[in-house]
Design a protein around this ligand. Structure first.
Ligand code: ZN
Length: 370
């Protein structure tokens, strides 16, 4: 039976599920594929039935999991957020998604933190690959900076180069949803510009529910003050447009306007230095206004919207509940296009990662921890 599964030899030893005051609820304990994984681990080679998308030079999924292990070695807490289990093209695949909390954050619960996130969309490998490449650097950062790292949130999508976990695209049907969909907890803005109850009364999908729950619980222990999310933008295939979007832009939001501007402009300069042309003025494919490479999004049901929201909606009690709001939240979009090989996109993301300590100093008012 197990042989029908694409079982990854990920290392889940050391994973902690729900400890102390940061208990995660709602975690599925249905881990029967793991029994197979344990047995398969005795084989020398990972068992892939073929079909893993590697054409753009991305690391295999297994290598991403292995790279993340450095966090555990450096004393980070590793938590299971959810298992993805899907049957796609008659292949069944299961893969875990982990969240990591840095040693400094663990020792200082309640302190404002730096959250770094990537991999919501499987066809955007830049973020997860940059994370793997800089795992050592990031893991050491977490010794002196309170950090939460969420990487490769959609491994099934990554494996197939699909945006979503069960579907490559939803441009026509609009049935698929992202693992990072927060549409059931963040406010929506109506036509009059008023903040209203969330668009969705329940999570957009089973993973989004668990991710949002995990993020809300962790926000209480380690409030995200600087939130940064690595995405990529592919236009050509999605819309059948001949001339692809070859311009970068970033989404910036947050309660500290000065910090938003300072860090936003710095990231824009990095993208320019890395030879990514900026969308100076125009519109994203979602119709949002871009000014000097920066989009100031409205509440759009994303994790960015959740990170900057001062309240989230609880459908069980039908009330808004206070939550910590980030000073600055940034989503970066580099173009996924043959003109910009994955290696170039990773290089830009690596440079941004190397600037995170500087951004953290800006956010925390220059008070770096010794
Ligand atoms: Zn994306």
């Amino acid at each position: 039976m197990e042989s029908n599964w694409v079982v990854l030899q990920f290392l889940y030893k050391g994973t902690e599920i729900g400890l102390g005051d940061c208990t995660i609820t709602g975690i599925s304990y249905n881990i029967y594929p793991m029994a197979g994984a344990e047995r398969l681990n005795q084989h020398e080679d990972p068992i892939y039935p073929g079909g893993e998308y590697l054409e753009d030079g991305r690391l295999p999924l297994q290598k991403l999991y292995e790279a993340q292990e450095v966090f555990v070695k450096k004393g980070w807490k590793k938590e299971l957020i959810y298992f993805q289990k899907e049957t796609i093209e008659e292949k069944r695949i299961c893969a875990p998604v982990f969240g990591y909390v840095s040693p400094y954050a663990l020792a200082h619960p309640g302190e404002d933190s730096l959250w770094k996130k990537d991999g919501d969309h499987g066809e955007e490998p830049g973020g997860p690959n940059a994370n793997a490449r800089e795992a050592q650097y990031l893991s050491e950062m977490g010794l002196t900076i309170p950090m939460v790292v969420l990487s490769m949130l959609n491994p099934v999508g990554y494996y197939f180069d699909w945006r979503y976990f069960g579907e490559k695209r939803s441009w026509r049907s609009f049935t698929a949803s992202s693992v990072g969909d927060c549409g059931h907890v963040v406010a929506r803005v109506n036509n009059q510009g008023e903040m209203c109850k969330p668009e969705l009364t329940r999570p957009a999908n089973k993973y989004a529910g668990k991710l949002v729950e995990w993020m809300l619980v962790k926000s209480q222990c380690h409030p995200p003050s600087l939130f940064i999310d690595f995405h990529e933008d592919e236009l050509k295939e999605a819309l059948g447009i001949k001339a692809p979007s070859r311009e970068s832009y970033i989404y910036v939001n947050g309660r500290n306007e000065e910090v938003c501007q300072t860090i936003g402009m710095d990231i824009i300069r990095i993208l320019e230095r890395c030879n990514f042309p900026l969308m100076l003025n125009g519109r994203t494919r979602f119709g949002e206004n871009v000014i000097n490479g920066i989009v100031r999004p409205e509440s759009d049901g994303s994790t960015q919207a959740l990170s900057v929201a001062q309240k989230y909606y609880d459908w069980k009690t039908n009330q808004w509940i206070d939550k910590p709001a980030a000073q600055v939240s940034i989503v970066i979009e580099t173009p996924r296009d043959e003109a910009f090989p994955l290696e170039d996109r990773i290089a830009a993301y690596v440079e941004i990662i190397h600037n995170l300590p500087k951004y953290w100093q800006i956010v925390s008012g220059g008070n770096s921890h010794p």
